[in-house]
Design a binder for this molecule. Structure first.
Ligand SMILES: Nc1nc2c(ncn2[C@@H]2O[C@H](COP(=O)(O)OP(=O)(O)OP(=O)(O)O)[C@@H](O)[C@H]2O)c(=O)[nH]1
Ligand SMILES: [Mg+2]
Length: 355
């Protein structure tokens, strides 16, 4: 699953990526998209690793794409932004990074630091990019629907939906508000509208703003917001655990804010983790929330899905309470679940299968 970091120029996107990978940031003004697999911090994995002492521990990951900075101040910037928007149309979610930090050596967009204004501008531009897409598509469909082609009925149905989307955008309504069912969604899915994707916001604040709440105004309504200081976080990740603890308590932090950020991305993508444990490996498997046991089995291997018998399942919380698997069984908290069981976040599963 891909999350694209987008934002106005120099809002700290690359510094944020470096804060979650520990690797060096892409240089300011870079013109390429830079991708990294980012492990999702999960304290359950630490505890399970302690218990099972496996040969390896495999975290769930999110594919993060650091997108070059956008600017809408002139035609050149707008053309570049259009192109970048097209490049990221197929990602699964957006992380919008807005600048809250003051830094005299980094020029501010429109000459002042104003995260609420920047968020508003960016979201409006995304909506305009979608409007352009809808308008072009409508022009095309209007010509096409008069021709007796194989797709005529479908084209007509799609045109009807596209006209509604256009109307919604023009009256500044989110396009999701006019889509009534999956059928309609299916008709427009291939266009990959930016504003139909899940989004979250990161406000990149100064270290002296930690603990303050930055008001982002109406543009942030309904969106999950994480505040962090990206440059501080990128230093934090370089420290060993003991130094990090001391540094954080000096700063009034209880855990790196970048962890909370990655966890928030994961949730926004609609993902949960089921876990597998053993001497070889302790592993978190990302799945879409709502999958059944037999579908989850397929994430590990198609054979396990095909030959599925049952899922021996215990909740992580029960294992932690009881201390070990034997105690979980003795307490009657080990469950045998069938194909249609809906997997829960933190389920520790051992699949029984036969091929
Ligand atoms: N004071 C301060 N400076 C920061 C912070 N985050 C980033 N910077 C600085 O701001 C500049 C831009 O940071 P980048 O991470 O390159 O920003 P970006 O959004 O990737 O920039 P573009 O890709 O050019 O749009 C760098 O000089 C950073 O060191 C922060 O939290 N506080
Ligand atoms: Mg950058």
């Amino acid at each position: 699953m891909k999350a694209a970091f987008i934002g106005l120029m120099q809002s700290g996107k690359s510094t944020l990526l470096s804060a979650v990978t520990g690797k060096e940031a892409a240089p300011m003004g870079s013109t390429d998209i830079h991708a990294e697999m980012v492990p999702v911090p999960d304290e359950r994995m630490d505890w399970l690793t302690e218990l099972y002492q496996p040969k390896k521990t495999v975290h769930a990951t999110v594919d993060c794409q650091d997108v070059p900075g956008l600017s809408f101040m002139d035609n050149h910037g707008q053309a570049a932004a259009r192109k970048l928007f097209n490049d990221v149309r197929t990602v699964d979610m957006f992380v919008i990074v807005v600048r809250g930090f003051e830094n005299p050596s980094v020029p501010a967009y429109r000459n002042s630091v104003n995260p609420a204004r920047d968020l508003e501008e960016l979201r409006t531009e995304m909506l305009l990019a979608d409007l352009e897409l809808v308008t072009t598509r409508i022009e095309r469909l209007e010509k096409q629907v008069h021709k007796p082609t194989k797709t005529q009925a479908r084209d007509k149905a799609e045109l009807e939906v596209q006209l509604k989307l256009q109307e919604a955008i023009e009256s500044e309504q989110p396009i999701s508000s006019v889509i009534e069912n999956d059928l309609q969604l299916d008709l427009i899915k291939s266009l990959n509208f930016l504003t139909l994707k899940p989004m979250m916001v990161v406000v990149n604040i100064s270290d002296d703003q930690i603990g303050e709440t930055i008001d982002l105004g109406p543009a942030a309504e309904g969106l999950e917001v994480v505040q962090l200081c990206a440059s501080l976080e990128s230093e934090l990740i370089q420290l060993d655990e003991a130094d990090r603890g001391e540094f954080m308590s000096d700063m009034g932090l209880t855990e790196p804010a970048s962890w909370k950020f990655v966890q928030c991305c994961y949730r926004t993508l609609g993902l949960i983790s089921f876990l597998t444990v053993g001497k070889d490996e302790v592993r978190a498997w990302p799945i879409q929330d709502g999958l059944t046991a037999v579908e989850a089995a397929g994430k590990i291997h198609s054979d396990i899905q095909r030959g599925f018998i049952r899922a021996e399942t215990m909740a992580y919380a029960d294992l932690k309470d009881q201390g070990d698997e034997k105690a979980v069984k003795a307490a009657g908290k080990m469950r045998l679940e069938g194909k249609t069981y809906v997997v829960q976040d933190g389920d520790i599963i051992s699949f029984r299968f036969n091929v």
